[in-house]
Write a protein that binds this ligand. Structure first.
Ligand code: GLP
Length: 255
């Protein structure tokens, strides 16, 4: 596991975008796994900038998003569909047929999950997976529990997640209680993974994750310790507790 600590959010976002850009340059038909939430917004902004400056071409890139709220339509401004189009897809030359996001309105959810896994498999699996992390250690919407599922599935959101994501809704009651998420198996099969963490709310979970030499279904992100190509990229705020514990002080590990 490679750990990188950026000075601030902007630097973290530029580094993430540069890693993604390099992978696209090496493999123009890269299969890119994408995340939502506040954390990757700066990365998407940087990728859009590179595209607009003529430095990056998404015409052959294939994307698979990690998750979608169950019961929200693609046109709902709070859906991850809407987020992805407004923050990224509408501003680059990706082909609409190369974009994949689970359908939160699917009548037959099991079939939708099966279809999604099939599409990922047909594309050859994920080459590069971008991840954020929940305050409770979730990745995608794989929530802490007694077991973690490997394939795409409908999941109940944890109370911590509902609380954390309430900021995107008018009230906590409006946060969907369920979501469709790719499973941990799909994430772990990605050839390369970048985990982003930003801000002080993530400092506790990042210290927990990076200090432990154990995996647990109670911290789904801990399974990333078993992956052979993970870059953990944090800003200073998210790395704060980890650095204090590590150095007994508050030093900074540069990138
Ligand atoms: C959300 C998403 C995750 C995301 C995480 C952190 O609920 N399902 O994919 O990584 O929670 O979100 P944020 O970046 O807003 O803190």
């Amino acid at each position: 596991m490679k750990i990188m600590i950026a000075g601030d959010y902007q630097e973290m976002s530029s580094i993430a975008a540069n890693i993604i850009a390099e992978e696209i340059k090496k493999k123009p038909d890269l299969v890119l796994g994408l995340a939502t939430g506040s954390t990757p917004l700066g990365t998407y902004r940087e990728l859009v900038r590179m595209y607009k400056e003529g430095k990056l071409d998404f015409s052959r890139v294939i994307t698979f998003n990690l998750d979608e709220y169950y019961g929200l339509s693609p046109t709902d401004p709070r859906s991850y569909h809407y987020y992805m189009y407004t923050n990224f897809f509408n501003h680059v030359n990706i082909k609409p047929e190369n974009i994949h996001i689970p359908d939160g309105m699917a009548k037959d959810v099991e079939e939708e999950c099966r279809r999604y896994d099939e599409q990922i498999q047909k594309a050859g699996g994920i080459d590069l997976q971008l991840l954020g992390i929940g305050v409770n250690g979730h990745i995608g919407f794989n929530e802490p529990g007694d077991e973690l599922l490997t394939n795409t599935h409908l999941t109940n959101l944890a109370p911590d997640t509902i609380k954390a994501n309430a900021r995107f809704f008018e009230s906590i009651d409006e946060v969907p209680r369920k979501a469709i998420t790719v499973g941990l198996g799909t994430i772990m099969k990605a050839r390369k993974i970048i985990l982003l963490a930003s801000g002080r709310e993530k400092a506790k979970i990042m210290a927990e994750l990076l200090d432990e030499d154990a995996v647990s279904t109670k911290v789904p992100a801990s399974f990333l310790l078993l992956h052979r190509d993970v870059t953990v990229l944090m800003d200073k705020e998210a790395a704060n507790i980890y650095l204090k514990k590590k150095d007994g002080c508050c030093g900074t590990v540069g990138v």
